[in-house]
Design a protein around this ligand. Sequence first.
Ligand SMILES: NC(=O)c1ccc[n+]([C@@H]2O[C@H](COP(=O)([O-])OP(=O)(O)OC[C@H]3O[C@@H](n4cnc5c(N)ncnc54)[C@H](O)[C@@H]3O)[C@@H](O)[C@H]2O)c1
Length: 354
Amino acid sequence: MVGCGYWGPLLVRNLRSLPQCKLTAICDASASRLKHLQSLYPEVEGLQDYNQLLDSKADGIVIATPVKHHFALAKASLLAGKHTFIEKPMAASSAECEELIDIAERQGLVLMVDHTFLYSSAVEKISEIVKAGDIGEIRYINSRRLNLGLFQKDINVAWDLAPHDISIILHILGEAPTVVNCQGNAHVTPHIQDVTNMSLTFGDRHFATIQSSWLEPRKVREMTIVGTRRMIVYDDLKPREQIKVFDVRVDRPPHYDTFAEFQYSYHYGDSYIPHIQQSEPLKAVCEHFLNCIETGAKPLSGGPEGLELVRILEAASLSLKCHGTPISLAHPSHDGGDNSTGAPSDYAFVPVNA
Ligand SMILES: NC(=O)c1ccc[n+]([C@@H]2O[C@H](COP(=O)([O-])OP(=O)(O)OC[C@H]3O[C@@H](n4cnc5c(N)ncnc54)[C@H](O)[C@@H]3O)[C@@H](O)[C@H]2O)c1
């Protein structure tokens, strides 16, 4: 385990709770963090030097440091032959993600990214409802993740909070966005946006909006999924009843001759609350990493999924710089045109109206 600040200790607790895992060493650059963790887990070795972790006999390394360190630590881990788990977002650029995927493939190692919510019972249930066709075709998704802080020094609020919403949305829709746009403002730390509004367009079929904020008096973790037949509201803060399915919809009349005949038809049916087996998502995340190591299975949130998410964040950053200009994520081979911008990845980032 490397990085034991705010999030690392939660991974430590979960990893230690799994019988198939033996946590042998904790590494942190900060002596005081190490001292604290060692007071809790005296039997686990404490290391300030990451090279000692690389030289150890550990099968895998779990990285929970600030994002700017993910790439260097993960690259060294993979090159040392360790299965590697990285906190979200996978790295600071898509070029870094691609290099990590390449190394993991060449070395035959598991590379997994913590897209925590994909392992939550609530998101699993939502996917199940959507796949069963209960809500019809998804029209759009709206997600809000707001609270006061925790302010980050190296990334803006979109890179910090939106990975959760993006990973859930991509998982539910099962497709990647074609266009991203993002607006926001840095109110507290110069150049680090603490409030952002991102939109994802999925061809001409779906649309999603994501509001992220460190400047909000209330903690909000809410997502609305609007289907043609029903709508789902997912409130992650509710201890029970996290998901509610509303049997409501609005239809336009299929055809009408005069304005007087034109009537929207509003449907109000019963709402229901699906039962969800409560469990800690982070425990499922850790279990999944261990299972992938044991069985060689591909992680649900592996390198490619981590890369996809970072590409969206990069496009959002570019859009922020261009005051909300829509940025196309089209793959050159998908639209047939050569719209390469010399971006480091295979994908082109192109202002839509360029
Ligand atoms: N999945 C989630 O829901 C979730 C929630 C919070 C944070 N995170 C992610 O976890 C990661 C860590 O976030 P945090 O809030 O715990 O950060 P943090 O700043 O609180 O802690 C990071 C720790 O890493 C240590 N560190 C930094 N560089 C190091 C290095 N090169 N070698 C060894 N130790 C080093 C620091 O001393 C610190 O103790 C980030 O990637 C963040 O996005 C994920």
